[in-house]
Design a protein around this ligand. Structure first.
Ligand SMILES: Cc1cc2nc3c(=O)[nH]c(=O)nc-3n(C[C@H](O)[C@H](O)[C@H](O)COP(=O)(O)OP(=O)(O)OC[C@H]3O[C@@H](n4cnc5c(N)ncnc54)[C@H](O)[C@@H]3O)c2cc1C
Length: 407
């Protein structure tokens, strides 16, 4: 591939400086290129883009079901799903377009399924309430309490393939420099970024730093009442050759007061069946292992978790139930409620793990449910880029470029 621009040296100036080479930073760069912007620099602290949430997620293209109809998520999820599918087709990226089933574990959950159906219809998602017979034709091993909800537009892809294709596209345009191994450290004056490779002036800065978005926003005096609280998403997988079929996705009815969807079964494009992810309170923004990724912030995070345990019953529920899922018997028990047959022997650990960078409002002690974008004129901060931000990214990028750029 020929790139017209070199990506190693930090230029002195950029019209647009994007911090973060995850899906949000890359899709915003792509959208700006499409609008004719010629001088974009992306700073990425890792050696390549997509090393954090964007390369570690479930790879599910969500379909607009769960979100309150007046929310930002509802406005961009399904649109993002369609844009991402189109992009995958153009680039020859494999898509599994199987849809997904949401199953109810008891009669109370059927009532929540009905609420999900109402939300989905309001959001123009294509869903159908199905009976157990139809469910058994779609997912023979899935189990439900009478009814299940089927989403036609849910699909799966490999997020790393999308990241690589986007990277190639924006570099090929000749209008983007991707400066890897370079961390944004501080703001000097109004329009100068201090990085580990020197300083760079910018006209507009886009903060797409994922798990660090709050820290950068605070440097601009933005969103001081928000903090990122990390949650760990651990996966298991079905042993190859296990005697159960999972054709697409089997999801539980979630607690819709929390932003997590619950442990589910997902068929990956390479036919691996993944189970997860959990939402275990983590002690660092990159705390992927038990101890690795724990740094000086850990005591502060622990203190916030304790405060949240006391003040927020919804968080308390998550904090009391999720950590047990580190252990196979607890994880197994949760997963087994969705299917007719599953043996613990067929569950094997997966090396896939991600951190959900969840925004917390420290004044209200509530986890923020929706995406949040704040701007102070020459900087735009994408806060709370939680799921389904991968699915929604191309629509988020369109909205941000239309709303905040005068082009
Ligand atoms: C376990 C898990 C499962 C998920 N499943 C799904 C799913 O199935 N479908 C879906 O739509 N979404 C899913 N999501 C959500 C989705 O992955 C994220 O919403 C999305 O990837 C966020 O993208 P981002 O670009 O904001 O963040 P990131 O991917 O984290 O990118 C931010 C980038 O900024 C860089 N960075 C940070 N600080 C600095 C700095 N100071 N200087 C320079 N660079 C910096 C980081 O290195 C990183 O590369 C899931 C998330 C997790 C964790």
């Amino acid at each position: 591939m020929s790139c017209k621009r070199k990506s190693e040296n930090l230029p002195e100036k950029a019209e647009i400086l994007i911090v973060g080479g995850g899906i949000i930073g890359l899709t915003i760069a792509r959208e700006l290129v499409r609008k004719g912007v010629e001088d974009i620099v992306i700073l990425e602290k890792e050696s390549e883009p997509g090393r954090h949430a964007s390369g570690r997620n479930s790879g599910v293209l969500h379909a607009g079901i769960y979100y309150a109809p007046d929310s930002f998520k509802a406005g961009v999820c399904l649109k993002g799903n369609f844009l991402m599918r189109r992009y995958c087709r153009e680039k020859g990226i494999k898509l599994l377009e199987t849809g997904k089933t949401i199953v109810a574990r008891n009669e109370n959950e059927v009532l929540v399924l009905e609420e999900l159906q109402r939300r989905a219809i309001a959001n123009n998602a294509w869903v159908e309430m199905i009976d157990e017979k139809t469910l058994s034709e779609i997912e023979p091993n899935a189990k439900t309490a009478g009814k299940a909800l089927f989403s036609h537009y849910t699909a799966m892809l490999d997020p790393r393939q999308v990241i690589n294709a986007l990277k190639n596209d924006i570099l090929k345009s000749g209008n983007v420099s991707l400066i890897t191994g370079t961390t944004f450290k501080a703001l000097r004056g109004d329009r100068k970024a201090v990085t580990t490779k020197g300083a760079i002036e910018f006209n507009i800065l886009v903060n797409a730093a994922g798990a660090y978005c709050d820290k950068i926003a605070h440097m601009f005096g933005i969103g001081r009442n928000y903090r990122i609280l990390p949650f760990k998403g651990v996966y298991w997988q079905l042993k190859p050759g296990a005697p159960y079929t999972v054709n697409g996705n089997i999801y539980p009815v979630p607690d819709i007061r929390n932003p997590f969807l619950g442990v589910h079964f997902t068929r990956h494009v390479n036919d691996e069946i993944l189970l997860g992810p959990t939402a275990i309170p983590a002690f660092g923004r990159e705390n992927y292992g038990i101890l690795c990724g724990i740094d000086a912030e850990a005591p502060g995070i622990l203190w916030t978790d304790i405060e949240m345990m006391i003040k927020n019953p919804k968080f308390r529920q998550v904090a009391l139930t999720e950590p047990g899922k580190y252990m196979k018997p607890f994880f197994y028990k949760d997963a087994a409620r969705l299917v007719k047959k599953l043996s613990p022997h067929d569950l094997v650990p997966s090396d896939k793990v991600g951190i959900r960078a969840q925004l917390l409002d420290i004044n209200t002690h509530e986890l923020v449910m929706d995406f949040l974008v704040k701007s102070d004129g020459n900087a735009i901060h994408i806060l709370n880029p939680i799921s389904p931000a991968f699915t929604s990214s191309m629509a988020i990028a369109e909205t941000i470029v239309e709303s905040f750029f005068n082009i």
